[in-house]
Design a protein. Structure first.
Length: 91
């Protein structure tokens, strides 16, 4: 959330007015490729933390009632992953 906010503000007030953003252009002369890379790294780290959280609480979620945490974990992971890549592929 913090990285996305900072990058959004940077894009809105610095890159867009100066025409350095180049939305949808994967060219090293534009900021879009760098912002996409930073955001992708941020999303991958968030998914990594989600996996670590799952492994930390997996045994707690199985007793006294089995809550079937794998399906719920995959659902949250899929929403985070596909929402991000949908935004990249649309442009």
């Amino acid at each position: 959330v913090v990285i996305k906010t900072i990058l959004s503000l940077l894009t809105t007030f610095v890159f867009l007015p100066s025409k350095w953003y180049g939305e949808g252009t994967f060219d090293l002369n534009y900021a879009y490729v760098y912002i996409t890379t930073i955001m992708n790294t941020s999303v991958m780290y968030a998914l990594y933390c989600l996996v670590k959280l799952f492994h930390a609480v997996k045994s707690d979620l199985r007793s006294p009632i089995n809550w079937h945490p794998v399906g719920k974990f995959l659902c949250v992971k899929g929403v985070v992953f596909f929402t991000w890549w949908q935004g990249v592929f649309i442009y």
